[in-house]
Design a protein around this ligand. Sequence first.
Ligand code: 13P
Length: 264
Amino acid sequence: MRKKLVVGNWKMNLIQPQAVSLVEALVRKIAVTDAVEVAVCPPYTSIGAVAQALKGTKISVGAQNVFWKDSGAFTGCVSAPMLADAGCKLCIVGHSETRGRFGKLEIDADDVGYFAETDKTVNQKIKALLYHSLMPILCVGETLAEREAGNTDDVIRRQLEGALAGVDCSELGCFSVAYEPVWAIGTGQVCDSKEASRVCGMIRKTLAGMYDQETADAIRILYGGSVKGSNSKELFSQPDIDGGLVGGASLDPDDFATIVLSAV
Ligand code: 13P
């Protein structure tokens, strides 16, 4: 039986005092039971303060990105051992926003290369996180154009295979996937719960094909994209959805607490 996991992805929001107030409110509202695992992923600048504020609670801290080398001349980068040192237990990898797969920026995403995220860099990051015993949350998902062209499953299979190339099943002890359809992120347009569950089931089947059924059954597959307190119960009650990766609603302590409690 997989324990549900609910993770707040704060994206580029909140300075330290705001971040600490938010987690203090969460600790008051979520008397975390052992029935659900909860984590928040602040921006790098607030990880230390949030980890300190959450000491002694059951809420974990994670990061939103990582660089795959341990140290060296990589200006602006943060490594897995640095995340562990700051108190992180997990890290989001391959989010569509770091892959540059979202709507219109002021600068064309193709021109800036954005964070230059590809399946290969995602793969390197996953290996670095697993090596340092941090749980990767691998984000996969299709754009609207890919869905409309009927390519959803192929795109996601490719993302999974690229991200996990050369990763042995013995290394996958702590690993999870988040299915985040790009068109559902920040749009208020949540994926239909049955369809979200179908895709999560397809992800599990793909993992079973790449590894084995036992390994696939142990991996938590989350849904992300416009999760709110009003739709989380329906999503989390689907057989193949093991929790959520929550963006906007994780910045509101009341809404996030409702989402967490709906996973119990
Ligand atoms: P929203 O919940 O704001 O749609 O964002 C989802 C997301 O990108 C989580 O990683």
